[in-house]
Design a protein around this ligand. Structure first.
Ligand code: EPU
Length: 434
């Protein structure tokens, strides 16, 4: 297992290229199980979660080939070569526990398998570090399309007699809409008979990206990006070429890296529209952001203001940037209040940030952050992806040396993060864990 050693205090300055979105690419790879012929995906980041998804769809009969070139195409991130995908065998229908337990997004194969192959066996994802993560809304949505389910030995077993049938359904849950649930049901409905209307659908850019891919494949989807998605079922989907959208969470994380080090970064290939709520909070904290074509310029004032922030479904402030903003607010002038409405237990970073000298008190789903003058380097433990990113940010500004163990959590979602940060002046290196 690897660790990061960070010597804090360097001001970051320079350009960083934003990768394609992990959370867009994961369900899109699963959706490719429904297509006939070859699909070419551009901008798929090299991340361990994507390796797991590629392995899973490989076991389900989809050949996956990554080109090594990574040539610049001029219209987006070019860190990686294209991914070619083609289904060659439709006989397998099982997502094994071994893969599902390492990557919850494995649930995304459920809808595509049921719609295309009429059968799916998917191991039930357990809880994870950020809390209970049920999949009941995925299952209910697919049931409404006519799939039948039973659970057996920790697996969800789904079957379709004949073809799925479109209907009008409400898809929201107690915590609001579900991102991957919306995508799962939308994928299945693309091949169902007749019209499906998803009311209470998630509006995240990742849902829109998947709908755009499906439409290129021949699906008839409208209203994506709004809470009501309409899908006219089609008989088949044909492979296409598609570029994955930029990773808005990676982009937001580097915006905070610029702010926390009092630095100045140019973030290339990103979409500021996807970060409107983040820019709004950053503005109040005192961080300047401007955009020119696909590049965001980000710089900070010396004094950071305390703010209130609540995570919400898109277009609200994303839960996936809550930990990183908290790291920044540890150094703000005054008391900030952060409320987590999507995953109320997603506060594993609080204890570790406090070890670095932060003053954070957790009360239920709210954290009260009393700004301090400085953070100090310490040995800390990465616990989940975004909590780990928050520790990297804290380490960049902390006095002395920070050692972060178990950085495999970061490798799930940030492509070459230490290389990108080093290139703009950070003193960070990857070492083998003690
Ligand atoms: N929920 C249910 N039942 C369900 C599904 C969700 O009650 O069947 C609840 C969840 O427990 C949560 C809320 O609904 O309280 C929203 O969860 P959602 O389903 O939207 O989360 P997800 O689709 O499983 C994706 C991202 C997460 C991100 C969330 C919220 C991927 C692979 N994962 O998860 O990303 O936090 O949406 O935006 O797209 C991350 O990248 O670090 C990450 C955790």
């Amino acid at each position: 297992m690897d660790s990061f050693i960070i010597h804090g205090g360097n001001r970051l300055k320079g350009k960083i290229e934003i990768s394609g979105s992990k959370n867009s690419a994961l369900p899109i790879l699963a959706a490719c199980l429904m297509a006939e012929g070859k699909t070419v995906l551009k901008g798929v980041p090299r991340l361990s979660d994507l390796d797991s998804m590629a392995k899973l769809i490989g076991e389900l009969g989809c050949d996956v080939f990554r080109h090594e070139s990574g040539a610049t195409l001029g219209d987006g991130p070019a860190l990686n070569g294209n991914l070619d995908l083609q289904v060659t065998d439709e006989s397998m229908c099982e997502a094994r526990y071994d893969i599902v337990k390492t990557m919850r997004a494995s649930i995304c194969v459920l809808g595509p398998l049921l719609a295309k192959r009429g059968r799916a066996i998917v191991s039930i994802p357990g809880g994870c570090a950020i809390g209970d993560r049920p999949v009941d809304l995925h299952v209910r949505g697919l049931q409404k399309l006519g799939a039948e389910f039973r659970t057996e030995n920790g697996n969800i077993i789904g079957e379709v007699r004949g073809r799925l049938k479109g209907c009008r359904m409400y898809l929201g849950g107690a915590q609001g809409p579900t991102v991957l649930g919306t995508i799962n049901v939308m994928c299945a409905a693309a091949l169902a008979e007749g019209q499906t209307v998803l009311v209470g659908a998630a509006c995240e850019p990742e849902v829109v990206d998947c709908a755009d891919l499906l439409n290129k494949m021949g699906a008839k989807i409208t209203g994506h990006g709004t809470p009501e998605i309409r899908i006219e079922g089609v008989d088949k989907l044909i492979g296409c070429e598609h570029r994955i959208i930029p990773d808005r969470i990676e982009c937001g994380t580097f915006m905070i890296a610029a702010a926390i080090t009092n630095g100045e970064l140019e973030l290339k290939h990103c979409n500021l529209d996807h970060l409107i709520a983040v820019v709004d909070r950053m503005d109040e904290v005192g961080i300047k952001t401007s955009r020119e074509n696909g590049t965001i310029h980000c710089s900070s004032a010396r004094r950071l203001n305390a703010v209130e922030m609540t995570t919400q479904p898109y277009p609200g402030f994303p839960t996936d940037l809550q930990a990183q903003l908290m790291a920044l607010l540890c150094l703000a002038d005054g008391m900030s209040v952060i409320t987590e409405r999507i995953f109320p237990d997603r506060f594993l970073h609080v204890g570790e940030l406090n070890r670095m000298g932060a003053r954070i008190r957790k009360e239920g789903a709210t954290a009260v952050v009393q700004g301090v003058k400085e953070l100090q380097g310490a040995s800390v433990m990465a616990s989940d992806l975004r909590a780990s990113a928050a520790l990297v940010l804290a380490g960049l500004v902390a006095k002395g040396t920070t050692r972060i163990d178990r950085v495999y959590h970061i490798d799930r979602g940030y492509e070459k993060i230490e290389q990108k940060l080093r290139a703009v002046g950070a003193d960070i290196e990857r070492v083998k864990e003690r």
